[in-house]
Design a protein around this ligand. Structure first.
Ligand code: URA
Length: 265
């Protein structure tokens, strides 16, 4: 597209868009999504093709019940590799169409601690691994403070990390209840296959998915139970980046996790 802007003007405009909150470049020209689509021209029928049989009966297309399909696929996955492939191939969420990468998990799947976040952000979507952006870097520092690391080969020091959703919601919006419900069978199977001793839920979304509750500022710091495992809800590292004063409570939560691991060692 021809542009009347010089390099400096174009850069200033782009910076202004970022300041307004734009996170994705979708296209060069604005799209009127309210406009009705033009009727597509019908392809001419070839002489060899049979004429359509006139019928007054409406044609019923079989509808896939995506939630039932998610449960079926999750139950059929016998290991983590099979689960990842089943999730990658699942077409129940439109988010998949807009995402660059499918983000399954990171760390050591035999770790004693499994961390569940919300969904990939822009960096995770670009790289294809969970928690690699600023919030992820803070998470790594928090874990290191209690002697844990996602890359540790020793299962006693390792962590395993995943999210409720494997595809990035546009603009990092909060996942909808429907999106979460669709992916919960996969998440539950993921936890069953990894079989960690302790689950750590980062923020409201995994609490909603696994505990059926939100209100992280009230939930955090208290041991709960889900899927017959001890669960520690914590404030999300992205929240801690915005509210550094809350790091003191997060530190107390980390010490709880360290104590639980020590107790069961
Ligand atoms: N926030 C999350 O909840 N998960 C990620 O992977 C990155 C940011």
């Amino acid at each position: 597209m021809e542009s009347a802007l010089d390099w400096h003007q174009a850069r200033a405009l782009l910076e202004w868009y970022v300041e307004l909150g734009a996170v994705d470049a979708v296209g060069d020209v604005p799209v009127n999504r309210c406009a009705l689509p033009e009727a597509a021209p019908k392809p001419a029928r070839r002489a060899t093709e049979a004429a359509p049989v006139p019928s007054s009966a409406p044609v019923e297309m079989p509808r896939v019940d995506q939630a039932a399909e998610a449960r079926r696929l999750a139950a059929a996955a016998s290991d983590l590799g099979a689960l990842a492939e089943a999730m990658r191939g699942f077409d129940g969420l439109d988010l998949k169409k807009g995402a660059r990468n499918f983000v399954f998990a990171d760390g050591n799947p035999r770790a004693r601690v499994m961390i569940v976040g919300e969904a990939p952000g822009a960096d995770e979507d670009r790289i294809g691994r969970p928690f690699v952006g600023r919030a992820g870097q803070l998470l790594d520092r928090m874990l290191a403070a209690i002697g844990l690391a996602r890359e540790a080969p020793d299962t006693a020091r390792a962590v395993y990390i995943t999210n409720v959703l494997p595809w990035r919601p546009p603009g990092n919006r909060t996942p909808t209840a429907e999106e979460m419900a669709m992916m919960v069978p996969f998440l539950e199977r993921h936890i069953a296959l990894a079989d960690p001793e302790v689950l750590v839920l980062m923020g409201n979304t995994p609490c909603a998915a696994l505990l059926g509750r939100t209100g992280i500022l009230r939930l955090r710091g208290k041991w709960m139970q889900a899927l017959e495992k001890p669960v520690m809800p914590m404030t999300h590292p992205a929240y801690l980046l915005r509210n550094p004063a809350a790091k003191r409570e997060a530190w107390a939560d980390l010490l709880e996790i360290a104590a639980k691991l020590e107790e069961n060692a």
